[in-house]
Structures are given as structure tokens and as C-alpha cells.
Ligand binder design. Sequence first.
Ligand SMILES: C[S@@+](CC[C@H](N)C(=O)[O-])C[C@H]1O[C@@H](n2cnc3c(N)ncnc32)[C@H](O)[C@@H]1O
Length: 410
Amino acid sequence: MSQQYNIARLGHQGDGIADGPIFASRTLPGEIVSGTLEGGQLTDIRVEAPSDERVKAPCRHYKSCGGCQLQHASDRFVADWKLGVVRKALEAQGIETEFRPIHTSPAASRRRATVSVRRTKKGTLAGFHGRASGVITEIPDCQLLDPVLIAAIPSVEELAMIGGSRKGELAVTLTLSEVGLDVSVRGGKPLDGPLQMTLAQVIAHKGWARLAWDDEIIAMANPPRQRFGAALVVPPPGAFLQATKDGEQALLAAVLEITSGSKRVIDLFAGCGTFSLPLAETAEVLTVEGEAEMTAALDQGWRMARGLKAVTATTRDLFRRPFMPDELAKFDAVVLDPPRAGAEAQISELVQAKRPVIAYVSCNPVTFARDAERLVSAGYRLNWVQVVDQFRWSAHVELAASFTLSHMND
Ligand SMILES: C[S@@+](CC[C@H](N)C(=O)[O-])C[C@H]1O[C@@H](n2cnc3c(N)ncnc32)[C@H](O)[C@@H]1O
């Protein structure tokens, strides 16, 4: 009989882990598995005793596609696991708090995805990379993406025929906008005059809003607007956007609740104004973002909108030049939504500035917990955490958290 392994827990990538540690992808805690052990990784896995939480994957591509990691687990298991990831990260920093029920975005709601495509001997191949491999898996029945994105995949293949090199792979980011698809391509042939002309002709027949090639806009039939509250913003090609509109709304609702009643808000790591522009319906907002083009898009969106309070959009590297206590003094509330690295330098200044309310949105529970510990040590109370799962069936975890200065809770 081949050796058996007991899966004790899931790691941060969603892989099952047995003592060793031995990693076994797509297994669940409590399962007994066997397989071939290669350098701490189990392959050719056989599930000898399945967990009660194991389910049939809803997507027929799950076996080969690497886009999802947790379709073999029940929705209840995934929800509890994601809540547990945040709870444990906080506990490791000595913090307990209230957890609101998780908000999970529905299937088929991803409004933005990067599809890989390459030329083959027979034509083209487009889809997501396979599990831990460079092989592309076709995904015509993907359960994750909005159907409009899936319907565009044949056109993505056409782009590869026109502008893909024989060996390389194109990364094509498809984003839904208010007026059609916003398409941004990387990794294609260098853009010369004839290629630019061919691409411009192609887009004319597709009904796409915009096509960008290595960030250069080739054609824009319609500015691809995104709605943030009362404002419409045209983000630069490939700019950050929350993964689902549903998840964005859940994070926004948390941010608005935490900051409600505030008259002057600073929005740090503001992107194109996902939170700032809705906040400006009731508060004056200073936005800070590292990418100048995103700041310009946000500013333009505010200028065209009606009925909003003042929004001052600025560009600044918050890792190198965080906002200082004297600059923060006039704000009643701080919103921050940093990248995965967290906001270490900015937190050092926030703990000195002691603004009464902080709404912290995070895509990395570990750096969030690290930053939360510093806020709590400086006298903040972590009132509650709202976990938002907009990367359904993946190991990603996002959250919004409410902090207030402790004496305000007395
Ligand atoms: C997680 S996104 C959030 C954006 C926005 N709050 C939203 O919800 O759409 C993080 C943002 O931080 C910006 N960013 C990354 N590093 C930065 C830095 N060092 N200084 C300022 N902004 C930075 C990114 O460009 C990105 O827009």
C-alpha cells in the first residue's frame, strides 16, 4: 500500500498541507490522500478518504485550468476558511475583533481578466494558464468571468494572429466598461505603422470601446467609462479596478459606513476614485495615488460630475513620502487601500497623527494584521472586519476594517 498523508490545513495558496510540510494541491483538511512525493510536493494525488466539504467542481475546465484553486470545496468551507485566514492573521498579532458575515461575489461576475493567447501551428490558443504550468487552457465555459468577457475570446485570438509573435505570448486584459469592452494588450509585436493601421481597422468592427497596445492607445471608439457614484471616470489602459462591481459595492458600503458624518476625508492609494468620488457626495476629499495618469483620470471624472463636494486629486509615492501628521491634521477620517505590501511607512505617520476614524481596505491579511497591530498599540480600536470575496474560488482574501481612536468608544 502506498504511503498515506493526512491533510491538516490549507496554506495561503489554498493547497492542502500534511505534516512535513507536504503540499497537496486541491485537497482539504481532514482528507487522507496518497500520491508521488517530489521535494515536499505530492503529485498524482488520490483522495483515499474525502472530506464532507468536498464537492464536484462547478466548472468543467477546473481539472486543467489554473484560474481557480478552490472549486473542489463547498461554498461554506471556502467562506469559513477565508474568514479564518483573516482571524488567524489578527490573532498572530494579538488582536480579536468582530467579524461581519463574509460577502461573496456571485459566479460569472468578474468584470476584468487577463487572458493569455499565443499562436500555434494550427492557429491560436487563448485562455488561462494551467495549474503551475505555462500551458494555456481554453475556457469557453468559465464560471468566473462575466459572459461578455468570454464572448470576446475569439476576438482575442484574432489579435494574436495579427500582432502576436511566433514564439511569444500575448497578455490581453479585458475590462467591462459602461460603453463596451476596454482591451489592453501586452507582449505583442512592436507597434509599427502597418500594425497600428490593421489593429485600428479590426477594432472598428468589434464594438470595443478602446484598444491599447503596451499602454499606447490604438483606437478609442468610445471612452471606456467606469461609474464611481455620480462620476464617470475613464481609467488609463490596464489601471487597477476592483475585480467585481459587486465586490466594489460591498467594500464601498463599508468605507461609507465607517466614515459617515466625516466632513473632510483623505483617501490614500485612491486609484481612479472608487471610494473618493462616492465619498465626495457628502465630504470634501483629498485623494492620493502613486500613478499620475490615474490621478488625472480621477480629477477629470470629478470635474465632469455634478453635485459633488471638492475633490483635490494628488500624485505621491506613499511608500517614500507618506503623509505627515501635520498634513493629516485637518481630516476627520482616513481611507487607505494599499497594494499587497501594505502601508508600513504611512502607518508610522498615522499612529502619530491620531485622526479619529480610519477605514482600512486590504487585499493581504498578513500585511493588514501587521499594520492593524501598530494602530491598536497606538490607541485605536479595531471595531469590526468585513471580509469580501470578490475572487471567488481563489485563495485571495479582501477586507474592509473599521478603526476608531479608543477614547471615542468610551
Ligand atoms: C489596491 S489598489 C486600490 C485603488 C482604489 N482604492 C480602488 O479601490 O480602486 C492600490 C492602489 O495603490 C496605488 N499604489 C501602489 N503603490 C503606491 C505607492 N507607493 N504610493 C501611492 N500609491 C500607490 C496603485 O496604483 C493602486 O491604484
